[in-house]
Design a binder for this molecule. Structure first.
Ligand code: SF4
Length: 269
């Protein structure tokens, strides 16, 4: 048996063989055997996960657990009035977003790392959407204020969540309140994209999770709060505190179409 060809798949190799004698015995044969084993593991993971590439069997197990948890939350969200779907990867999440948002409309994107991580900003602009986002560093202070209003009033409001409970309560903490107000009353369509890393066992854990997400957010804003130095919340009195408005969405707001995309990957802080 000899190696016919190989090609790289992510961090692994896929090999094919002819039936001729091995050309590198004995050492080469052992190496090739190990490669065949890896291909089988990768292939099994690929087929059993709807085409999601698995780098190893441990990652495959992790991904299955993440999917099960995300699907549990999807069911809970549907029961609470959301149009909820599961997306296994960030690429699949982007596809879901693009199914919901047509070309040429306006989209408001508040402070969210997740929406940026799935590549939605670029893709929406490519499709001719007007994307309002106040993180744009080129904005003047006046223009930034107007952009916050534009975000709020856009045709679609595309955001994420700081945390979500297993039974589908969406929890967010804001410094200015623009994001949490955009998640409540509105005449536009609201879309959440939420990584499975945001799932918390209950409301208390979800609020705790929101505060754990704060230090990297403060660092991103070049701020200086006690949690930046401790790595955890100390319920500070800092003027730079960004935890000021807490929103718990117990159910979807009935006057507004709201979608939730639960993603089987870690996204955002
Ligand atoms: S309350 Fe203060 S210390 Fe706690 S997470 Fe918020 S900014 Fe950090």
């Amino acid at each position: 048996m000899a190696l016919n060809s190989f090609f790289d798949v992510s961090d692994r190799f896929v090999v094919s063989f002819s039936n001729s004698r091995p050309q590198w015995e004995p050492h080469g044969f052992q190496v090739v055997s190990a490669m065949v084993f890896n291909v089988r593991v990768w292939d099994a993971g690929f087929k059993s996960n709807g085409g999601v590439k698995m780098s190893n069997p441990f990652e495959e197990a992790r991904q299955k657990a993440r999917e099960a948890l995300a699907r549990t939350v999807v069911k809970a969200l549907r029961a609470k009035g959301y149009e909820a779907v599961y997306a296994p990867t960030k690429e699949a999440a982007l596809e879901e977003v693009l199914k919901l948002i047509p070309a040429g409309v306006s989209v408001g994107v508040p402070g969210t790392v997740t929406v940026r991580e799935i590549g939605a900003m670029e893709k929406l602009k490519e499709r001719g959407c007007t994307v309002y986002h106040h993180w744009d560093p080129s904005l003047t202070p006046e223009r930034r204020q107007q952009t916050l209003m534009d975000e709020y009033c856009a045709d679609y409001y595309l955001t994420s969540a700081n945390a979500i409970t297993r039974d589908g309560k969406i929890v967010n903490i804001d410094g200015n309140g623009n994001r949490v107000s955009g998640m409540t009353w509105g005449r536009n369509t609201l879309i959440f994209v939420i990584g499975v890393n945001k799932v918390a066992v209950d409301l208390e854990a979800a609020i705790e999770r929101c505060r754990h997400a704060t230090p990297p957010n403060v660092l991103r804003l070049n701020g200086d709060t006690p949690c930046v130095h401790t790595g955890h919340c100390v319920d500070c009195d800092s003027p730079a505190r960004i935890c000021r408005a807490l929103l718990i969405l117990e159910r979807a707001i009935p006057s507004r179409k709201t979608h939730a995309i639960m993603v089987g990957e870690d996204l955002g802080f």
